[in-house]
Each structure stands twice: as structure tokens, then as C-alpha cells.
Unconditional design. Structure first.
Length: 417
């Protein structure tokens, strides 16, 4: 076998593999549906549209229906005296392969001149191509929508960078199916493209699989402003400029179906002037994302081996060296007024330190334990240790004051000398 044949054969194998991967996402579902029409073929076509609607939704069904209507108009409404096989082939062409096969289970011909019974009625059994969504789509579906920005905000880019980082953080947690709301136009363009003649016919089944969201993450950015303050050292006649960026925002998670607020929080922090707005947005997104995840899905301890524990979360959400509170679940408690479950009591039993981070899991070692031992039967989680955040801008002012005092003392010494 020469080089050229080897290359062609290799390309063939790759194409076969890729085709298999593509078709692996298409499955076929058999359903029953009914239809009626002036002619038997019209009744069958309506039943087919109803079958497609059951499997792939109204959007795909409407497109197929319009395809039937177009072809009927082009034939001036004339009834075709085709065989069952030729008519079935015609249907498969018009449905672009979304309908793999169909059979008439029962039919009812028009009865006399009674207008009520002057239509054909049929029931069919059809096998419809359906796009098989990934297993990740079974997760809680969430979308981050652009935060509202007050007119007084000067760092306009902060919102865009923050939204991007928050989406990345929540996606890497592998706890949610993150739904994009920013590039919906481009997505619709791609769906229109795959329904064209240049794509495999089964690809049209993708169009009926747009996912809705369970929760929306939204909020308001009250402050994202960079300020510069100047301190005048009169003793040495020197001016020192200090800049800082103040970030204040509030966020909430809303149940789309009911409008109920499932979780809400606020963030406020001042950053030193040397920190870029991109880094600030990333840090704020990490903090907000961590708050959201711990409110909905606290990090579970999935395995214990001596002083080594495995946590069911990894990726960007945890870092080597992070310390977390080790918590054991206690009794389940309920609201005495509403009877609603309030979760479990949480008993802090120690502290763990992250030693390894993988894409889906993390490894930590127990560095402190307040109980005699860990019972492997206990259900445990970890939560962040709430540290008091230091105001970076204020630290800068303190450093400036120290520098002023030091320079003043040095000046006085020189003067005395």
C-alpha cells in the first residue's frame, strides 16, 4: 500500500469515527398519533406532524407542517395516486429524515355527505428521530443574566468581566447545567444552518431541544469605581497618590417557574489601585460563585481514608492550600410553623486542608479534629472558613501614614544634627 492510499484510508477511518460520534447523539422514539384531513394523505400528514410534535416539540413540527403545505400548494391540492411506498418516500423527503418510518394502524373513511364525517381520520405509529441531550442537561439548569449597572458606576467593563468569570466558575463546579443567554442569536443561526440541505437529515432533530432554565442569577452593581486620594506630606513637601477600587453588588437566585427568591447575598470589598479590573472581577466572581454553590450544593465528603478525605468537587472552585471547616450533619429539623424542612443541624468537628485538586474531585487532609474519631457512616460536608476581609485600600492608607511618620522622624533627626 503506497503512501497516498494509506492517507486516504486513514481519512476514511476518521470520517467513519466522526460519523459514529455524531449519530450516537440521535436516538429513535416510536409514538402513536392521530390526524384528519380531506384526503387520506392529508390525514396521514397531520398525524405525522402530531407525532413529531410529541417527540421534538412544536418548533420542529411547525417546520415540517410548512414543508407539507408548500408541497401541497405546488401540487394544486391534487390527490396523488401513489403507492404506499412512494408516498412514504415522499414523506421521508419532506420531513428531512426526522421520520424514520410510519405505519397506519387504523383509518376511517368519510361517511356520506355529513359535514361532520366528511374527513378522513387515521391513527399511525411513527418512529421519530430525537436528539439525545447530554447527561449534564439533567443537572439543575441555571443561567447568569447581565447585572444591572447604576449610572454612577465608572468601571463599566467590570460587569462584562464579572459575568464571564462567574459563568466559568459555576460551569467548572460541575453542579449545574449552565445555559448561555448571551449568544442566543449565534445559537439560533447554527440551528437554522443544520436544518439546511448540506447537513445530515437527522440533524434537524436538534432544533427541538432548546433547554429552559430552573434558576436565574441576576443582580445589581451598585459600585465599581476607582478613586485616587492624595496625601500631602507637609514636613518633606511630598505628595503621595493612593488609588483604590470599591466594589459593591447584590445578587439573587430566582426560581423561573414561581419567581421565588431561593438565595440572595451581597458583596463589598475595596481593592488596592495596583490590581487590574480583570483580576478584581475574577476574585469577586469566585467569591459570589462560592457563595451560590455552598448555598445550593455544599461540598460533600465522598470518601474517608484515615486522615485523608475525598471531596466531591474540584476544578477552579478549590485551590491547593485552602482550609475548610469539616462539618457533620446532625438531626433533620423542620419549621415549627410551616412544617417545611430546614435541613440538618451542622456540627463542626474539624478543619481540612486541600492537598490535590482534580477536575471533578479534590483531596484534603485533616489538620484539626475536635472529636475522638470520624465515623464513616456519618454524612459530612465542608464549608469555607469565614475570614474577616481586610480592606486593601485602608491598608494602603495605613502604610502611607507609617511612611509619613518614618520620614518625619528621619527629617527631625537630620534637623537636630
Amino acid at each position: 500500500m503506497n503512501i497516498k492510499k494509506m492517507i486516504n484510508y486513514s481519512i476514511f477511518l476518521v470520517l467513519v469515527f466522526l460519523t459514529g460520534v455524531t449519530l450516537a447523539k440521535i436516538e429513535y422514539v416510536t409514538v402513536s398519533a392521530q390526524g384528519s384531513g380531506i384526503t387520506k394523505n392529508d390525514a396521514i400528514q397531520e398525524a405525522i406532524v402530531n407525532a413529531i410534535s410529541q417527540v421534538n416539540g412544536v418548533k420542529v413540527a411547525s417546520k415540517i407542517k410548512s414543508e407539507f403545505s408548500y408541497n401541497s400548494d405546488s401540487e394544486n391540492g391534487a390527490e396523488q395516486s401513489n403507492s404506499h411506498e412512494s408516498f412514504q418516500k415522499s414523506v421521508n423527503t419532506k420531513t428531512k429524515g426526522v421520520v424514520q418510518s410510519w405505519d397506519v394502524i387504523s383509518e376511517q373513511a368519510p361517511i356520506g355527505n355529513d359535514p361532520i364525517f366528511s374527513f378522513w381520520g387515521v391513527e399511525i405509529e411513527a418512529t421519530i428521530a430525537k436528539y439525545k441531550a447530554s447527561i449534564q442537561s439533567d443537572r439543575l439548569r441555571m443561567a447568569v443574566v447581565p447585572f444591572r449597572i447604576l449610572s454612577t458606576v465608572t468601571e463599566i467593563d467590570f460587569e462584562r468581566l464579572f459575568e464571564k468569570s462567574l459563568n466559568s466558575y459555576l460551569t467548572q463546579s460541575r453542579k449545574f447545567a449552565m445555559i448561555d443567554r448571551k449568544y442566543s442569536y449565534e445559537q439560533q443561526q447554527e440551528l437554522r444552518l443544520v436544518q439546511g440541505d448540506n447537513f445530515k437529515t437527522e440533524e434537524a432533530a436538534r432544533a427541538g431541544n432548546q433547554l429552559g432554565v430552573d434558576y436565574l442569577v441576576l443582580g445589581v452593581i451598585d459600585n465599581a469605581n476607582r478613586k485616587t486620594s492624595i496625601t500631602h506630606m507637609r514636613v518633606v513637601d511630598k505628595k503621595i497618590a493612593r488609588s483604590s477600587t470599591q466594589i459593591d453588588l447584590s445578587f439573587r437566585i430566582i426560581d423561573v417557574a414561581t419567581g421565588q427568591i431561593k438565595h440572595a447575598g451581597e458583596y463589598s470589598q475595596s481593592f488596592a489601585g495596583g490590581v487590574s479590573i480583570n483580576s478584581i472581577a475574577s476574585k469577586v466572581a469566585d467569591s459570589v460563585g462560592n457563595d451560590i454553590i455552598n448555598a445550593i450544593y455544599p461540598i460533600l465528603v465522598v470518601d474517608i481514608d484515615g486522615d485523608r478525605v475525598t471531596l466531591g468537587q474540584g476544578g477552579k472552585t478549590l485551590k491547593i492550600g485552602d482550609k475548610l471547616k469539616l462539618i457533620k450533619y446532625g438531626e433533620k429539623i423542620h419549621d415549627p410553623y410551616t412544617g417545611e424542612s430546614l435541613g440538618y443541624t451542622e456540627i463542626e468537628i474539624g478543619i481540612v486542608k486541600i492537598t490535590s485538586v482534580q477536575s471533578k474531585l479534590s483531596i484534603a487532609e485533616v489538620v484539626k479534629l475536635t472529636v475522638s474519631g470520624i465515623d464513616h457512616q456519618d454524612k459530612m460536608i465542608v464549608r469555607p472558613i469565614n475570614l474577616v476581609k481586610k480592606d486593601s485600600a485602608q491598608e494602603g492608607v495605613v502604610e502611607t501614614e507609617k511612611e509619613i511618620k518614618k520620614n518625619s522622624r528621619d527629617f527631625e533627626k537630620d534637623d537636630d544634627w
